[in-house]
Design a protein around this ligand. Sequence first.
Ligand SMILES: NC(=O)c1ccc[n+]([C@@H]2O[C@H](COP(=O)([O-])OP(=O)(O)OC[C@H]3O[C@@H](n4cnc5c(N)ncnc54)[C@H](OP(=O)(O)O)[C@@H]3O)[C@@H](O)[C@H]2O)c1
Length: 258
Amino acid sequence: MNRYYLCIIGGGKIGISFAEGLIYKNILEINNIIISKKNINPNFNKFNITYDNQYAVKYSKIIILSVLPSQLKEVLNDIKHVIKKDHIIISFVAGIEIDYIKLYLNNHINIIRIIPNIAIRKGESIICIVNNNNVNNKIINHLFSKLGFMLFLDESCIDAATSLFSSNIAFIAYLMKPVNDLIINKINTNISVSNLLLIQLLKGFISLIKNNKKNIIFDSLINDIASHRGFTVKGIQYMEKKNVQKNIINAILNSYNK
Ligand SMILES: NC(=O)c1ccc[n+]([C@@H]2O[C@H](COP(=O)([O-])OP(=O)(O)OC[C@H]3O[C@@H](n4cnc5c(N)ncnc54)[C@H](OP(=O)(O)O)[C@@H]3O)[C@@H](O)[C@H]2O)c1
């Protein structure tokens, strides 16, 4: 009997964010979810928490694997004896292929790979999905369609997609932090006002690129703003001199060719 609809093995940053998104978007109720962790801490009393992976798996229909790649083997060895034929396994684990999981789980068929990003907790993720084994899309839609934009991919693209759509939230935060600091320092404002200004800046940018179907929009946007010998041109020239675009490309490529 399934006491829970879904278990999340690994109640860390993305596991908890996913659970929060499911609740926030009214997709599941809190009692439909059980989360397993290695160390139980009392601050987690919002969710059903266990340290017993086998218990979580035994009483759930869907199993989310959300541990670090280095922790996966131990988890698979722990749960393999309680996996049933009709269990659906969804792995969030970056860099680990479906075939690897299949091998440890006695050739289990229903395995999907999904890479969300942390905005899943607000229902605004990009959700990269590899479904080689044709697991019923109804189940995927039910769990993920309200949590962001679903992108079905071939497994060969998933590492690049992980950098571009999952890690990139961190890269954007890294790039926006100095902008935010400058807003605070140069406009003499506080964090909540600078936050509003940064959001409006990004909203303005989004409104300008929305529905665009041509790659040249980025160059023409720069041209529209950069008047001859003005502030913008100086900034762009500095970035060109420092190879900023090339360095951004290298940073992203580096992250998934690590
Ligand atoms: N963070 C992201 O934005 C993101 C996005 C997409 C995919 N991913 C992938 O998702 C996975 C998890 O990432 P994360 O950032 O959430 O890592 P994390 O915060 O370190 O979470 C890992 C969790 O796994 C738990 N754990 C470790 N060994 C376990 C075991 N034997 N049984 C049960 N639970 C165990 C840990 O428990 P304790 O807390 O008790 O130690 C921890 O809660 C990674 O493979 C990552 O590549 C992450």
